[in-house]
Design a protein around this ligand. Sequence first.
Ligand code: ARG
Length: 280
Amino acid sequence: MNRLRYLMCPPDHYQVNYVINPWMEGNVQRSSQQRAIDQWQKLQAILSQYVQVERLTPAQGWPDMVFTANAGLIVNQTVVLSQFYHPERQGEQPYCRDWFAAQGYQVLELPQGIAFEGAGDALLDRGQGWLWSGYGFRSMLESHPYLAKWLSLEVLSLHLIDKRFYHLDTCFCPLSEGYLLYYPPAFDTYSNHLIERRIPPEKRIPVSEADAIHFACNAVEIDRVILANSMSYPLQERLQKLGFTVITTDLSEFLKAGGAAKCLTLRLDEPLSGMPALAG
Ligand code: ARG
């Protein structure tokens, strides 16, 4: 069987040493290296039961490089390389560019000044194949027409309005068969209407604030198995009734930097046959 491939970056140089999101506030130099390694290895071991995990070599001085979801956005053999909003992460770009190029991806780069943070802010809908793209804190709305044009995808722009949920993948997780796990208050009214028009009520799974702040939406789904930091029992039950299996694994050391399971991984095979581009 052909196994899916995911990219992870070991936490050798991971720590919280600056503040670029509210989760990092009060956590500078407060993460434990050993606990981070243990939690990361456990996540990697669980993931390896289902997929092949590739490794990106961590670079000294770029502590957030563990969050490989932000390396870029992959569709087929093309990657739109991230262009980080904050200088604190911009040094990760050359390492990601080199890795993707060495793997044979076509690497596309946005014009200078247009921030875009990869699969952290751009998620394919698993049912219909369009691309949900977040903006408001990190990725800029100006990046969306490039994604539509370069990847020949319909792009649906969602406005993030709660700074705790600064990346789309912190509050929004498309699942198999068009299901959607999400935290509606993280989006403005217009975006909520857009979501409601595209996803029928029986496919929407809104989560509570308590689940959202424990990064329940920052989940990785592989073939109906959902991996996340934590989920309340009612939420787990709801997902189980829909045929999903939930696995939780403690990622508290990474929550201190504002990330969890989804942020720590990047799916490398995102096959898509392609649809007519809708924006230029
Ligand atoms: N400290 C990192 C940042 O603020 C966390 C990134 C989390 N990644 C994600 N895909 N949500 O950029």
